[in-house]
Design a protein. Structure first.
Length: 289
């Protein structure tokens, strides 16, 4: 399984195929014949998307006969001005040349994404799954399994953590699963909060279990109350006068950085954010603890 994941600029359309080619090369030794292509065409990353697809993906896959799954996540976040997704348009031209490769593509159902999947070459070989059509009980079952697996792992990895073998109790899992309201991001955030290396997992979980029950707007209120509680415990009393100077400095920096992020109309690069705040000499100074 290969996943497109350009951590530095995921929205750059011209980075998708070079990123996939790099990951294929890393995963499959036979694919490393691709290096010959790069030596012969060192500027292939600046060529058209069709040329990139042919030289970096299709050609080596046809030569090596590799069978794999390629995931392109959040295609809707790519900066693409075409009426139909450029990536889907290109795949429609070459997908029949890669019979041993399957593509799993996720994205919001924007018009250009919908148009791309309606292309004549893709329609007969494409199966569309709508996330909002998945039944809630199935989602809840997956989230409960996630909690049952990850929470005990956290406790087992703490030699100083004194918990019973049946921790967490099923009642606690049911409560936080209900609070998640089908949102895996809620479940993932719960695990990160409970897994804090500086706190006892049972105490952290108890904090979340005791949060007020969700209201009619359960999705919004639930995730908001979770984030609020995490921020409250992460920086509780750090800004008070009786704290150490280092803690007060961290608190003030945190307020400046997070405040700028929340109030910015568009997301900012770290360098731009650093320039805006003017409190830090280098972008590395604004990394949060």
């Amino acid at each position: 399984m290969i996943r497109s994941d350009d951590r530095f600029n995921r929205s750059n359309l011209w980075k998708i195929f070079p990123t996939l080619a790099f990951q294929l090369t890393y995963q499959y030794p036979p694919f490393r014949e691709l290096l010959r292509v790069l030596r012969a065409h060192p500027n292939v990353g600046r060529e058209t998307l069709c040329s990139q697809m042919e030289k970096l993906i299709v050609g080596p896959l046809k030569t090596t006969h590799i069978s794999t799954l390629i995931i392109i996540d959040a295609l809707d976040e790519c900066k693409d001005e075409e009426s139909a997704s450029a990536v889907l348009s290109i795949l429609s031209r070459y997908v029949d040349q890669m019979p041993s490769v399957k593509f799993f593509i996720t994205g919001r159902p924007e018009p250009r994404i919908r148009s791309g999947f309606r292309l004549a070459a893709l329609r007969p070989i494409t199966e569309v799954f709508k996330l909002h059509d998945v039944k809630c009980p199935l989602v809840d079952t997956d989230i409960k399994l996630f909690f049952r697996t990850r929470l005990p792992e956290i406790a087992r990895n703490r030699s100083y953590c004194d918990v019973t073998e049946d921790w967490p109790p099923p009642s606690d899992i049911n409560v936080i699963c209900e609070k998640a309201a089908g949102l895996f991001i809620y479940a993932s955030t719960v695990i990160k909060f409970v897994a804090s290396p500086h706190h006892q997992p049972p105490k952290r979980l108890a904090i979340l279990v005791s949060l007020p029950q969700n209201t009619a707007h359960e999705v919004e209120s639930g995730i908001d109350s979770l984030y609020t509680e995490i921020l409250r415990h992460g920086y509780h009393d750090m800004g008070s006068d009786n704290q150490k100077p280092n803690n007060r400095e961290v608190y003030h920096r945190f307020r400046s950085v997070v405040g700028a992020v929340l109030l910015a109309f568009n997301p900012l690069l770290m360098k731009s954010l650093s320039y805006l705040l003017r409190d830090f000499d280098t972008p590395s100074d604004i990394s949060l603890p």
